[in-house]
Ligand binder design. Structure first.
Ligand SMILES: [Zn+2]
Length: 372
């Protein structure tokens, strides 16, 4: 997720905050502080302190939910990149999908399970303190038990990509054996759930005049519908990419330039006349790196005469090459993991060609136009 920044690490997983989280944090905090949770007549500062602490504990519970997903994923050998808090809750960036329905189901169910456990802990705490007379603490703990219970229950709704939808997909996958078909069906229910939320939201806004709740529900529904359809598109795309070999999408007319060549010469002789955008940088026909338009743009124009290809290139040890037999899905994942726009295809030492993100997308568009 872009527009997010790191705030630390939990169990080796980076924890990130998306800017939209601040909006929901302020909303939750103010509605806790001033929304009638605390008894009337409470000093203002107590309500505000209570609101902030309760809100932070709530988001910590959301993080715990995501961490549980992540730790289970890791047990199945699936690395987890980061956890991001954003306006609609939390999301763990799990780098790949489970390869067995059993693993998928356990990974998905672990999140709501942790929310129920947390709800139980706050419930027990409430039983212990509710007669203590400390009203701010008692009300906050009660709300935390209730909200974690709701969080667990909401996530169990069987609409993909909610956790319950993932469990549903795992069951369909297990019974039918077809991952893509299972995803399509689970996404359809996900979209259905999204539309129900939108309808419910519009209903409560216009019929019940609860504008805020209505708009919020509509928003969540819209988000779910979007997430469900894009998740399915991703799976469909992955399926197609898996059938394509790196050798079929690479460009082989990739020009090699000597590492000692000044940038000005590359621009004047190769980029402007032929429109080439990417070059292999070699010394004695050994690959040293890649130089692209963006590498050249990063160097001020006044220094193009004196800067060589070697000085401006992305060195070969920064990216791993792919093999001609690798599928396009792993090529694209490799590009995404390392934030690359180009990746060389090599057989041993010998570079055979180059794949760019652009050419891969172009290939996919062409296939879509031909209907294959
Ligand atoms: Zn979850």
């Amino acid at each position: 997720m872009n527009n997010a920044f790191n705030i630390g690490k939990v169990f080796g997983i980076s924890l990130r905050l998306h800017y939209s989280w601040f909006f929901i944090f302020i909303l939750v905090t103010t509605s806790l502080a001033f929304g009638g949770l605390y008894p009337p007549g409470l000093p203002l500062w107590q309500g505000m302190v209570g609101g902030v602490i309760t809100s932070l504990l709530f988001f910590a519970s959301v993080v715990a939910h995501e961490i549980t997903h992540s730790l289970v994923a890791r047990r199945y050998g699936i690395p987890v990149h980061s956890i991001t808090l954003f306006i609609f809750g939390g999301v763990a960036k799990i780098t790949k999908e489970a390869d067995r329905p059993g693993a998928e189901a356990v990974m998905a169910a672990a999140g709501p399970f942790s929310s129920f456990v947390i709800a139980g802990i706050f419930g027990a705490l409430w039983l212990a303190v509710h007669q203590s007379g400390i009203e701010v603490a008692t009300s906050s703990i009660y709300w935390l038990a209730y909200i974690n219970l709701s969080l667990g229950a909401f996530n169990l709704i069987p609409g993909f990509p909610l956790d319950g939808g993932r469990v549903l997909r795992a069951i369909l996958w297990k019974s039918g054996g077809d991952y893509r078909k299972a995803t399509r069906m689970a996404s359809l229910t996900g979209r259905g759930v999204g539309y129900l939320f939108i309808l419910g939201g519009l209903g409560s806004a216009f019929l019940l005049q609860s504008w805020f709740q209505g708009i919020w529900l509509t928003f969540i529904g819209w988000f779910l519908e979007n997430a469900a359809s894009s998740s399915y598109r991703q799976v469909a795309l992955r399926d197609t990419l898996l059938t394509i070999k790196a050798a079929n999408v690479m460009t082989t007319d990739c020009m090699a330039v000597l590492s000692s060549m000044p940038l000005m010469q590359i621009v004047r002789e190769h980029i402007l006349p032929a429109g080439r955008r990417c070059f292999l940088v070699t010394t004695d026909s050994r690959l040293e790196g890649i130089i692209t338009l963006s590498n050249i743009r990063a160097i001020p124009r006044t220094r193009w005469e004196t800067t060589t290809a070697r000085d401006a290139m992305t060195p070969a040890d920064r990216f791993k090459t792919v093999k001609p037999d690798d599928d396009a899905y792993s090529v694209l994942s490799r590009m995404e993991e390392n934030d690359l726009d180009y990746i060389p295809v090599a057989d041993g030492e010998q570079v055979l060609g180059l794949i760019s993100r652009e050419s891969l997308l172009h290939h996919m568009r062409t296939r879509a136009e031909l209907g294959i």
